[in-house]
Design a protein around this ligand. Structure first.
Ligand code: PEP
Length: 251
């Protein structure tokens, strides 16, 4: 792995204060692997408590609104995330894109708002199964990157990209290691095209059914600098094994 590994857990709509014990155990596992950056994105309701409960992992949001404040019932701004202890946020997750109708322009606005507020950002992209089957996967992802990436001075410095094929999220199916490598090389090329030299330093995470058994080979694929993990991030047992796999590759 050329860049420092980054293993991020997306808890989605899971977790209550009782679950903080898992976060503490994940924190202890992360402390044993200082060569790996580890973070969790719990539901909004747990951010403050989790940030107070852990020492060695980052805590972030799963989404934010593009505006700083106002009449947006149920939404949370980037400044509010920061205020609650978050240091990053995910934007453009496929569940936000499909279930909340977020298009590339919305994702880019959220990413830029988050960076302006002082958060780092993970921008998610990924093709559907039909798009992959029709040979469109790289073109679709390139289009999402062009439309979703934050622009402006230093945007690359606080950015990671997560490549998450929609058909692999929560399904137990993963692309071949060769396909992961090919897509990550294509994402790297887009990042360098957009940001110049700074694009070479943006970490590209693979996401989609990563687990303790497959993490080693997925993390070893070309241009993979970490993982965005859903289901397997919910327990310290499975997430710690993924952190350990990243540490082995970083050694
Ligand atoms: C995700 O939702 O970002 C994800 C990768 O989920 P899972 O690991 O459960 O496929």
């Amino acid at each position: 792995m050329a860049l420092r590994p980054y293993i991020v857990g997306n808890w989605k709509m899971n977790g209550t204060r009782a679950t903080l014990a898992e976060a503490r155990a994940i924190d202890r596992a992360a402390a044993r692997h200082p060569a790996v950056d580890v973070a969790l994105a719990p539901p909004f309701t747990l951010i403050q408590a989790m940030a107070e409960a852990v020492q060695d992992i980052g805590v972030g949001g799963q989404d934010c609104h593009a505006r700083a404040n106002g009449a947006f019932t149920g939404d949370i701004s980037a400044a509010m995330l920061l205020d609650s202890g978050a240091r990053f946020t995910i934007v453009g997750h496929s569940e936000r894109r499909s279930l909340h109708g977020e298009d590339d322009a919305v994702v880019r606005a959220k990413a830029e708002a988050a960076q302006a507020a002082g958060l780092s950002v993970i921008v998610c992209v990924g093709e559907t199964e039909a798009e992959r089957d029709s040979g469109q996967a790289e073109a679709v992802v390139a289009g999402q990157l062009d439309g979703s990436l934050p622009r402006g001075d230093n945007a690359a410095a606080s950015l990671a990209v997560a490549y998450e094929p929609v058909w692999a999220i929560g399904t137990g199916r993963v692309p071949s290691v060769a396909d992961v490598g090919a897509m990550h090389r294509a994402v790297r090329a887009r990042l360098v095209a957009v940001y110049g030299e700074a694009g070479a330093g943006v970490r590209i995470l693979y996401g989609g059914s990563v687990n303790a058994a497959n993490a080693g080979e997925l993390l070893a694929a070309d241009e993979v600098s970490g993982a965005l993990v859903g289901g397997a991030s919910l327990t310290a047992e499975s997430f710690s094994a993924i952190i350990a796999a990243a540490a082995t590759l970083a050694a």
